[in-house]
Design a protein around this ligand. Structure first.
Ligand code: BGC
Length: 692
């Protein structure tokens, strides 16, 4: 601290990170403001990714809510809790589009779809920054990692990416554009190598796209030491060259390393880096400090902010958890459980009572003591009427020992229903925690089989940081609630869903493969010249022995996995019985400058009220570059009462159909479009229109 204070007085420090003691931070601000030459207050950065003390579901889980309000609220709560500690800048939202569940950081992302990620990115920025960044309780956001990180080869963290400009613009850059349009204060350059030029030295990204095209006027920070890493990548020979590359490419601030502080002065003296570059970087950073109001109120007064973990925070966390859980399957309506007919329920598995694990990755400050686990919540909810028995059965999600299985089987056999709490501990996803095998780890599949043999109805609640391959257990259980890492209030949310106080309403923001070898698998794929059909995709055991290879009738699929996912993007069941009908388009043709309305009826034929996330997909049948077979263009979360039919409408303008075409400009191209409305990316109810 002494060193920092001295350097602060000398005017050598402009921001600090990873300090969360408000007294220390106020003292540092005092030294900066009162004792440094220019009196400039400090930025205080911290990874507040999905909550501070009160933890929301992991971002991938939040994305499953398809609800910008829920996402905004979570960020708002995170911001004001973090602000009590003196933090004024968070390294979130993480908006790397990822189509690879092996990648550990998919947990931090908003999923595979650029439209969904864009809508939620804007909401998250809004939640952190509010309408007024200088207000008490708002903090600066940082959209990261610019750009392409989500494509890390084979899902191995930090691995190379090669992304053609067309795909970069049509997919990966879109959420960043949305964040910039939403006023995000800062961006972070990615660790990754993009087409041979690591992002932290990528002039195309930071100057051409970000500044020239998007007119971004906030600042860009490097990732942790990512400037010095330019020489590890093999782009530069030493730190001086790294500083040169990063500065000229447009990184305004270096996080953690000292390439800038050791080398920029010399680079300027040598005339290699112009002073204008430094002036611009300084102005960009100062602008953020002004917008934060730091010159007017550099100090934090925690007593002026709501208490940590108040009702508002817990409500936000509970709503987010409730709306993010996805009901993947529900055979014979085993869910919801009814406390009436039930005498006993067995809760089995390593994640039923794991207050830390349910918080998920990247929770530096998250407080496991605040967590309410499913076991506790179920006790609270039905413990008076139902005999609730908990058997952990496995020490951790990774345990290979089956020693606890006999007890689990005995308890299951003796209970009316069984809920298995499976998944991944939090440390199995997140930064640098990629997996090549994304099935349930340890002896969990064996546990499922053993419990299945009891003949009891088996419900699996899975908490995980990524989509998992569930092929080996999906037929062994009657129902699956996929809860991601649901955060502080995961337990009450899961209990309410299990016992039907609420209906599940989450939808998958990420495709679930059958086998890891299908990855990358995502709904918005290209059609190829030989798309698969069920008749033509013959699985390995169906191929006649001695069959001859030909070039006729072949289609694009895997011999052992087919061509469909286990669960599609947008999938998510409900306790209600939803039916889509009567799709219509306002006019078969519409002109540039006009709008088209696509609508459909949604009926609830069931007997409970529930939310449904209605989704609109389109396909542009011919383009100057080939277009995805489906693209999400709208979604609405609506509540439908039993017996009720509502009309859901989506309006599209030509601009909503625009994309970067062959000449790399963004435009809507006239032609024929298909449109689907439904409850997942596999929706069948279709209409069409023409843009003229
Ligand atoms: C991560 C960033 C994070 C930073 C600071 C890096 O390793 O890639 O996302 O904000 O560390 O903790």
């Amino acid at each position: 601290l002494e060193v920092v204070t001295r350097q602060l007085r000398e005017g050598r420090i402009g921001s600090v990170l990873n300090q969360v003691n408000v007294d220390v931070l106020n003292e540092l601000q005092r030294v900066a403001v009162e004792e440094s030459r220019l009196g400039i207050p400090l930025l205080v950065g911290r990874d507040v990714i999905h909550g501070f003390k009160t933890v929301m579901p992991i971002p991938l889980g939040q994305a499953a809510s398809f609800n910008p309000d829920v996402v905004r609220d979570g960020a708002r709560v995170a911001a004001r809790e973090a602000a009590t500690a003196g933090i004024n800048w968070t390294f979130a939202p993480m908006i790397d589009v990822s189509r690879d569940p092996r990648w550990g950081r998919i947990a931090e992302s908003l999923g595979e779809d650029p439209y969904l990620a864009s809508m939620l990115a804007a909401a998250m920025v809004n939640g952190y920054q509010g309408d007024d960044l200088s207000a008490i309780g708002t903090i600066a956001a940082c959209a990261k990692h610019f750009a392409g990180y989500g494509e890390s080869e084979s899902g191995r963290d930090y691995a190379t990416t090669n992304i053609p400009e067309n795909e970069l613009r049509n997919v990966h850059l879109r959420p960043f554009k949305a964040a910039v349009d939403a006023g995000v204060a800062t961006l972070m350059a990615s660790f990754s190598d993009l087409d041979g030029i690591p992002a932290s030295a990528n002039e195309f990204l930071m100057r051409q796209v970000l500044r020239d095209e998007w007119k971004f006027d906030g600042f860009v920070v490097s990732d942790w030491d990512s400037i010095r890493q330019l020489s590890i990548h093999g782009l530069t020979a030493n730190d001086r060259e790294s500083a040169y590359e990063a500065a000229t490419a447009g990184v305004d601030m270096e996080m953690h390393g000292n390439a800038y502080s050791n080398n920029l002065e010399q680079l300027i003296t040598d005339g290699r880096v112009s002073i204008d570059i430094v002036d611009t970087a300084v102005a960009n950073i100062l602008r953020a400090k002004f917008r934060l109001g730091l010159f007017d109120h550099p100090y934090t007064h925690p007593e002026k902010l709501p208490a940590i973990g108040d009702d508002d925070a817990f409500d936000a966390a509970r709503q987010a958890a409730l709306q993010s859980v996805v009901l993947l399957k529900n055979d014979r309506q085993v869910l919801p459980l009814s406390a009436d007919g039930l005498e006993s329920v067995a809760l089995i598995g390593p994640l039923g009572d794991a207050p830390y694990e349910q918080l998920g990755t990247w929770i530096f400050d998250g407080d496991p003591e605040l967590s309410i686990t499913p076991m506790h919540a179920i006790h609270d909810l039905v413990g008076r009427d139902v005999d609730v028995r908990y058997v952990r059965a496995m020490e951790t999600s990774r345990s290979h020992s089956v020693d606890g299985f006999d007890e689990a089987v005995a308890v299951a056999r003796d209970s009316d229903a069984v809920v298995l709490f499976l998944g991944e501990e939090s440390i199995l996803s997140g930064e640098a925690h990629s997996r090549a095998d994304i099935s349930l780890p340890g002896a969990q599949a064996e546990l499922v089989k053993r419990i299945r043999s009891t003949g009891r109805p088996v419900i699996a609640v899975i908490q995980a940081g990524r989509p998992l391959t569930l092929s080996n257990i999906v037929d062994e259980v009657d129902a699956i609630l996929f809860a991601w890492h649901p955060g502080t209030m995961g337990g009450p949310a899961i209990a309410d869903l299990l016992f039907g106080l609420e209906s599940p309403s989450g939808k998958l923001p990420s495709t679930f493969p059958r086998m890891v070898g299908q990855v990358p698998i995502y709904y918005a794929q290209g059609n190829t010249g030989k798309p698969a059909t069920p008749e033509k995709a013959m699985l390995i055991d169906d191929i006649p022995v001695g069959a001859q290879q030909t070039s006729v009738g072949n289609v694009s699929y895997h011999l052992d996995a087919g061509f469909t996912p286990l669960f599609a993007f947008g999938h998510g069941l409900s306790y209600a019985d939803f039916r889509y009908d009567q799709i219509a388009v306002s006019s078969a043709e519409f002109e540039l400058g006009g709008t088209v309305t696509i609508s459909a009826d949604l009926s609830n034929d069931g007997d409970v009220a529930a939310d449904e996330v209605v989704q609109l997909y389109i396909r542009d049948l011919a383009g100057s570059v080939t277009r995805p077979i489906r693209e999400l263009k709208g979604f609405q979360r609506v509540r439908v009462e039993p017996g009720q039919t509502i009309r859901v409408e989506f309006q599209l303008e030509a601009d909503d159909l625009a994309f970067y075409g062959r000449d790399m400009t963004r435009a809507a191209e006239p032609g024929q479009f298909h449109a689907w409305i439904g409850g997942s990316s596999e929706a069948q109810l279709r209409t069409s229109f023409r843009l003229v």
